[in-house]
Design a protein around this ligand. Structure first.
Ligand SMILES: [Mg+2]
Length: 435
């Protein structure tokens, strides 16, 4: 199951109209952009994953990926994670690539990722996740529209200049929709972006006052009321308010960081996104730790259809699938065709629920037609191409020596994997346990 080819695309799916994400004030988002990766094995199996992007900032990624990943076994998740860690030392956060290997592992065994993880299929319950700022009366209409479609829960966004405006929105919404609907609210203070218009910055007092107001208005959770690394502040805030606190979507230091957050009691609800926190194996370990600590998990999914698919698989397999609800990004013009625009079948909810795909791996198929339309293929690595560029870069003799050293390492690893397999260990599944 060796990786013999790597392809990368810049994808840009147009938004019909303009979407104004609450988390980047003033930013007119006209496209859903991400980098798509396809790993191919010698036997022709293919795995995909996607990393959100702002522009074409991953243009140079291939020059690292080729020599790091080619020749590795897609089912040797521990080695794949080590390669990703090594890329990270140089500033390339590449945890989003790892799910492509799970896609291959699942396809090679005819099993969906949730099955590999020991979970079950069927349907999971969703909450409708809004993404734009609205006034109170506009929110009431929006929440009522979601309720009429079958959702039982909606997450609002607050990101106004003043506390008073934020509180007014949640009070008016609650007053307008009544006490029955489950409402959550995201302050998006975890990772402040003020690159276009200025973005509000909450201090502890403002976060506390808002949480108290959310509590009074019967909100079920407040998401990211403080910066994502203000562990102390979050823990103090959680102790001072009754409303559940949620967060962790862009915390990218994996299990050790979530361990610190759990130890300090930052949140009631942890929202690791496999695309940002290090991949499937890392997230699975975080989920187990969240469970052991008596907290709850539901992933962040607001990226693209591939990211939604990855987190859906993890959520479906998790012990929290009947306890919490999954985020379903849905705020016109951010509609399923924009979110999932390169999938053959977009994820369409049915009365606020989503059928977990039964297909192998991530259970998605990339529409080649849509990829030709919205994707720009910018990198292809094969062993020959990487060998040629190594010769041009280092000279024939040195490139040959380095190639032989690498081949020897891969052969030694192959022997280790064979040994592992004689002990009945699975090369992919053993990476689900902490190192
Ligand atoms: Mg959020």
């Amino acid at each position: 199951m060796r990786i013999t080819q790597i392809d990368l695309w810049h994808v840009a799916i147009p938004v019909r109209g303009t979407f104004y994400p609450a988390w980047i004030p003033g930013f007119p988002q006209t496209e859903n952009r991400f980098t798509l990766i396809r790993l191919r094995t010698a036997s022709g199996l293919e795995g995909h994953s996607a990393g959100p992007s702002i522009a074409r900032e991953r243009q140079g990624l291939g020059s690292l990926l080729g020599p790091y990943f080619l020749g590795e076994r897609a089912d040797d998740i521990s080695s794949i994670r080590q390669r990703i860690r090594e890329m990270g030392y140089l500033g390339q956060k590449a945890g989003w690539i790892e799910p492509a290997c799970w896609d291959i592992v699942g396809k090679s065994r005819g099993k969906a990722l949730w099955e590999l993880l020991g979970g079950s299929g069927g349907k999971v319950k969703l909450y409708a996740s809004t993404g734009q700022m609205r006034t109170g009366p506009e929110r009431v209409k929006e929440v009522e529209a979601r309720l009429s479609e079958g959702f039982e829960a909606v997450k609002l966004r607050v990101h106004a200049a003043t506390l008073e405006e934020d509180v007014e929105q949640i009070r008016k919404t609650r007053a307008g929709v009544g006490s029955r609907p489950i409402l959550g609210v995201d302050a998006n203070q975890g990772w402040r972006v003020a690159v276009v218009a200025n973005a509000p910055r909450w201090d502890f007092q403002r976060a506390l006052a808002f949480c108290k107001a959310a509590e009074e208005a019967g909100f079920s959770w407040v998401e990211e009321p403080l910066p994502m690394d203000d562990y102390q502040g979050l823990s103090r805030l959680r102790a001072a308010t009754e409303v559940d606190l949620a967060g962790g979507e862009l915390n990218s230091h994996g299990l050790p960081e979530f361990g610190v957050m759990l130890e300090k009691g930052c949140y009631d609800l942890y929202q690791p996104d496999a695309v940002f926190c290090g991949g499937v194996a890392e997230t699975w370990q975080i989920i187990q730790k969240v469970k052991a600590a008596g907290a709850r998990y539901t992933p962040h999914t607001w990226t693209n259809g591939v990211g939604l698919a990855i987190n859906l698989q993890l959520f479906a397999a998790s012990p929290f699938r009947d306890e919490t609800m999954l985020e379903y990004p849905y705020d016109s013009p951010w509609l399923p065709e924009v979110r999932d625009g390169i999938l053959s079948q977009p994820f369409l909810h049915q009365r606020g629920e989503l059928e977990v795909p039964r297909g192998p791996g991530l259970g998605i198929e990339i529409s080649q037609r849509a990829l030709r339309r919205h994707g720009h293929h910018f990198f292809k690595a094969t062993k020959l191409r990487v060998a040629v560029s190594a010769v041009l870069d280092k000279g024939l003799r040195t490139a040959k020596e380095a190639g032989a050293a690498r081949d020897a390492r891969l052969a030694a690893r192959e022997r280790e994997l064979a040994e592992l397999s004689t002990r009945g260990e699975d090369s992919a599944l053993c990476a689900l346990r902490p190192d």
